[in-house]
Design a protein around this ligand. Structure first.
Ligand SMILES: Nc1nc2c(ncn2[C@@H]2O[C@H](COP(=O)(O)OP(=O)(O)OP(=O)(O)O)[C@@H](O)[C@H]2O)c(=O)[nH]1
Ligand SMILES: [Mg+2]
Length: 449
């Protein structure tokens, strides 16, 4: 595949801009070394070893920085091309000067994700690993980061490649059957094809069964704080987050909108939602907030039913249990004022910080019970693009099985389902690399990646 501008040597700052100790400027392309020379790098550079150099502006020879330069010769570089990286002093000005000097020497500013795109085009990463790079950069929680690292390591793409191999094998068996249909004692028993297709169907289903868990890793398990006005929900929300996100006042009905925040917990991050207190009201704005609370209750994995007295808490648990299938934890709030008397109460004080760790542990356990993890090291399907392709492959294999076992279609027609399934997996892994597909994957990347 040849893209316009694919032959250009590109440049970008690979580190975040702003104040910092070090900034990295990355050049990739056939002329990367020439450009480094234009900036004053002299003598020979040892591959993949940092060397201290003096960088000068090619325009007027003025000193830009004393910096470390590293040369990664093609093809053993991130992009598979000639790569030169300058580690210059951080802050905006030095990095900008070095970047501008590279552009002055003929480099083109890189597009978002262009380095990783080149890595894919040059076979250094497959498409799913490239997506994992973006997930790693954008990870908001430890669980998400761990999944991204596993996917970058090839965990998921190895599974997809193996499935694709299995499909090819099945297609080969079928082709043999199509070529020699009249042979009574042909080498391929029909049952062998059925068994291979069943194994494939089950392997695809197993991978697809990780989708709900993958969604929770990406978005967090939904944990909703519910209860009557003034129960201390917003105070507890803030205390769990360790920051003042929601407004707290002594006026009942303070929270009117649902407020969300992600809390980084392992094995799953928590998507905490503070809601409007549940009560009968004539105020239309508060009523809308309460309807929103009820919507969240229906979607939650865990609900913290909050109450600041036994009577309030009992009533709250009863109301909440009628509106959700989630795990419900009875949280006795403001325990610095009064102590619970009922059983299975999680007593907390947002004011003093009492009971918060125990509550978080109870939430983690409840989340686990809602979405059991078959294998702690499992690689999960976290992206919609992956889910769609795997679902299509699964459906096509099911269609094939149906046609094959009922003999509803001639074998060559049934085989078309396997071909479509294989194409779905090929597109997933990037074996078929159309420009359109690459555009979709790389448009959300940051520049310098
Ligand atoms: N003593 C004590 N007071 C608390 C505690 N938590 C909350 N409060 C007080 O209780 C009042 C209500 O707290 P909020 O957190 O706003 O209660 P809420 O449940 O969010 O109320 P709405 O948003 O109106 O539904 C405030 O005056 C808080 O200062 C606590 O742990 N101990
Ligand atoms: Mg509130």
């Amino acid at each position: 595949m040849v893209l316009t501008g694919d032959q250009d040597t590109i440049v970008a700052q690979a580190t975040a801009s702003g104040r910092g100790a070090v900034a990295i400027i990355r050049l990739s392309g056939a002329r990367a070394c020439d450009m480094a020379r234009a900036l004053g790098v002299s003598g020979s550079l040892a591959p993949r070893q940092a060397t201290l150099v003096t960088l000068r502006d090619p325009q007027d020879g003025s000193l830009m920085d004393r910096a470390l330069v590293t040369w990664f010769p093609a093809p053993r570089s991130y992009t598979g091309e000639e790569v030169v990286e300058f580690a210059v002093h951080g802050g905006r000005v030095t990095a900008m000067r070095v970047l501008a000097a590279c552009v002055g020497a003929g480099a083109r500013p890189a597009l978002p994700g262009e380095f990783t795109r080149r890595a894919v085009v040059n076979g250094r990463l497959n498409l799913m690993q490239a997506e994992a790079v973006a997930d790693l950069v954008d990870a908001r929680s430890t669980a998400e980061q761990q999944q991204a690292v596993k996917q970058l390591d090839g965990g998921l793409s190895r599974r997809v490649l193996a499935l694709r191999e299995q499909l090819l094998h099945l297609e080969a068996l079928l082709a043999y059957d199509i070529d020699f249909p009249e042979e009574d004692d042909g080498p391929i028993a029909p049952a062998r094809i059925t068994t291979a297709a069943l194994q494939l169907r089950d392997a695809l289903a197993a991978l697809l069964s990780t989708v709900p868990r993958g969604g929770l890793v990406r978005d967090g398990a939904l944990v909703v704080l519910a209860g009557p006005p003034n129960a201390g929900k917003s105070s507890l929300f803030n205390a769990l987050l360790g920051q003042s996100r929601a407004i707290v006042t002594s006026v009942p009905g303070t929270t009117r909108d649902a407020i969300e925040a992600l809390l980084d917990r392992t094995p799953l991050p928590l998507r905490l939602v503070d809601t409007a207190g549940l009560r009968e009201t004539d105020d239309p704005v508060e009523q809308l907030g309460i309807e929103m609370s009820q919507r969240y209750l229906r979607q939650a994995q865990v609900v913290l039913a909050c109450g600041a007295s036994e009577a309030e808490l009992q009533h709250c648990v009863q109301v909440v249990e009628g509106r959700t299938t989630a795990a419900v934890l009875a949280v006795y709030t403001k325990c610095d004022l009064t102590q619970p008397t009922g059983e299975d109460r999680l007593a907390v004080s947002a004011e003093r910080g009492d009971g918060l760790s125990a509550l978080l542990e109870a939430i983690d356990v409840a989340v686990q019970s809602q979405t059991p993890m078959p294998d702690a090291d499992a690689v999960l399907v976290t992206r919609e693009r992956h889910r769609v392709a795997l679902t299509q492959a699964h459906e096509e294999v099911m269609c094939f099985l149906d046609a094959w076992t009922t003999q509803a279609l001639p074998a060559p027609v049934a085989a078309a389902h396997l071909l479509t399934a294989r194409e779905a997996l090929s597109e997933l892994i990037g074996v078929i690399d159309t420009d359109d597909l690459l555009d979709v994957v790389f448009r959300d990347f940051c520049i310098g990646k």
